[in-house]
Design a protein around this ligand. Structure first.
Ligand code: URA
Length: 239
């Protein structure tokens, strides 16, 4: 593979950074300084970047059953963070793929694979594969009869000047429902319910795409994603 493609793909460097490093003579392959971006490398080439050997990173993916009270952040001076719950795991290069509010519980996905998480979370253009996110919602007041229809039509968010994608609501009881949305906008579920005169009192994420929260995980527990859970997504987005 070409050196520039290898470094972008495997090492997660941006194209611009790779070109800068090459022109500054900061990259060596098998002991030789390389400036040609098309130089051919393999997984066995000994690559040095700025004097340090490049050690290929191993992609890691986890699901956590997030308890309330933990921030979806890597560090925070005040609150405990979801990353602190991944005991005995090297969390130094992990990030959160799709945040949850501090009070929200349920499925939180963590990884060190930036490309994968961007595909999972970025807002998709109309017509692209939309990834469902399923939430169990408890509201302060009984669900009004117009809720399903309003959510299916989309709710207008003035701040962003956008209308949410059609969402599906399944009633479970007077105040409990299962909501499927296709974006991850700021406080999206709370704002959707607020728009129909209700208030979310409990929110729990059950599923993102084909990744369902493992029912064996108690609040605060985590496990690595299976190959199938990781690859479902790659197959869907890179047919
Ligand atoms: N929507 C919200 O309002 N909060 C969350 O945590 C997730 C989705």
């Amino acid at each position: 593979m070409r050196l520039d493609r290898f470094l972008c793909k495997q090492a997660d460097y941006s194209r611009k950074t790779v070109l800068q490093l090459l022109s500054q003579r900061q990259i060596k392959v098998d002991g030789k300084t390389i400036q040609d971006r098309a130089y051919s490398v393999t997984e066995f080439s000994a690559i040095e970047i700025q004097g340090k050997p490049y050690l290929p990173r191993i992609a890691r993916y986890y699901m956590l059953n997030k308890p309330a009270g933990f921030l979806s952040a890597t560090t925070d001076p005040v609150h405990r963070t979801a990353l602190e719950l991944l005991t005995d795991v090297d969390t130094s290069d992990l990030h959160i793929a799709g945040r949850l509010d501090r009070a929200t519980t349920g499925l939180l996905i963590l990884t060190n694979d930036g490309k994968w998480s961007r595909k999972l979370t970025e807002l998709k253009p109309v017509g692209a594969l939309q990834i469902p996110k399923v939430y169990l919602v408890e509201t302060a007041y009984a669900l009004s009869p117009i809720t399903e229809q309003r959510f299916a039509e989309g709710i207008y968010f003035k701040t962003e000047d956008v209308t949410t994608s059609p969402a599906q609501l399944e009633r479970i009881s007077e105040t409990t429902s299962r909501l499927t949305i296709y974006e991850g906008r700021y406080h999206q579920v709370k704002r959707m319910f607020a728009a129909v005169g209700n208030r979310v009192v409990n929110l729990h994420r059950e599923q993102v795409g084909e990744i369902r929260l493992d029912s064996n995980l108690k609040l605060g527990e985590f496990r690595a994603l299976t190959l199938q859970e990781v690859n479902w997504f790659s197959l869907e987005v890179d047919p």
